[in-house]
Design a protein around this ligand. Structure first.
Ligand code: SF4
Length: 335
């Protein structure tokens, strides 16, 4: 492992690939700097948003790289324990393979197997992938987000400094360590309601238009897309594609003529309704009211605007704040 891995992560400006895009090098450095007897690394494999499936692809194709990234992180922050937190179906599909890699791992860092790595199967809804909810899950506490600050980098798992990154971030940390990072990221591309789902590793600075054209996914029909994630992503028309993708790197393509906006919004509303943790009123009640209006197909613009405002400004965790994005952008483009 490079002695200066944190410097390299910063130089390459690797941003977390779980959606929040926090600079990875800075996060690793924050955990490293805290003096503590025990520190943890958590690899977040809870990928749970519709239209986002690239972490599953990475686990399927490059599990060694992910394990290597975790190993490098443990060494870099001075931690001896790590958790790999996986959503249920990923746990079933990949846990054996990952355990085998970890047991057989003989490297200059850990002779005779990589020690201290445990697995945890994600339970419940979408919010359980939020970084402080997963800390509570592993600790066996009530499954809900924690107040921040303190941030997990300072006070995370069992109150110890904890580095949490997602699968793709660890994959690229390993690539950067080997000086093989070519400024790429993984994109999940799918069409609404189609089983045809593809993942592509392409440059981070390509526009959506270029990605769709180069991968031969640019539709011949009148379309719009959802960019970033398939529930919390922003709706963009086919004229807005001269921009990069943020968030989790997903593109979901919708046929303009065949998509019923109410059906689509109902799908998101159901997702957020069942995927929230019920902890705070703005999100719990706000999503309930939005869902009710969509079901009745009666949009009161004034009330909806107020609900969006309250959700964005007062929700306790990012789920409530970002739930607004798809509804707001779809209504702007389609009504
Ligand atoms: S915004 Fe509130 S109710 Fe929604 S998931 Fe976060 S804590 Fe739970």
């Amino acid at each position: 492992m490079s002695k200066n891995i944190i410097t390299k992560l910063k130089k390459e400006n690797l941003l977390g690939r779980g959606g929040a895009e926090f600079p990875a090098g800075l996060k690793w450095e924050m955990v490293k700097k805290v003096e503590a007897k025990k520190k943890y690394v958590i690899c977040n494999g809870s990928e749970g948003e519709p239209g986002v499936f690239k972490d599953g692809f990475i686990l399927e194709n490059y599990p060694e790289k992910v394990v290597r990234g975790i190993e490098i992180a443990m060494k870099a922050i001075g931690g001896k324990s790590a958790y790999i937190y996986l959503r249920k179906d990923y746990y079933q599909r990949f846990v054996k393979k990952l355990k085998k890699i970890i047991q057989n791992k003989i490297s200059p860092l850990n002779k005779g197997g990589l020690r201290g790595v445990s697995f945890f199967k994600k339970q419940n809804g979408y919010f359980a992938g939020e970084e402080t909810s997963l800390l509570n899950a592993i600790e066996g506490k009530t499954l809900e987000p924690r107040e921040k600050p303190p941030f997990p980098t300072e006070k995370g798992l069992f109150d110890c400094p904890t580095l949490i990154n997602n699968i793709e971030t660890f994959y690229y940390a390993a690539k950067i360590d080997e000086n093989k990072y070519k400024k790429t990221r993984f994109y999940s591309i799918s069409e609404n309601d189609s089983k045809d789902k593809n993942v592509y590793e392409l440059p981070i600075d390509w526009t959506i238009e270029k990605i769709l054209k180069e991968t031969k996914n640019f539709p011949r029909y009148n379309f719009f897309i959802q960019s970033g994630g398939g529930a919390s992503g922003e709706i963009l028309s086919s004229d807005d594609l001269n921009q990069k993708i943020g968030g989790s790197g997903a593109i979901v393509i919708y046929d303009f003529e065949k998509t019923d906006p109410f059906e689509l919004m109902k799908k998101w509303a159901d997702f957020f309704f069942t995927g929230n943790c019920n902890k705070c009123v703005p999100c719990r009640e706000g999503i309930y009211r939005i869902r009710e209006m969509i079901e009745e197909k009666k949009i009161d613009e004034k009330i909806l605007k107020d609900l969006f405002f309250v959700l964005k400004e007062t929700s306790f965790c990012p789920l409530g704040k970002t739930a607004v994005i798809p509804f707001e952008s779809l209504i702007k483009k389609m009504f």
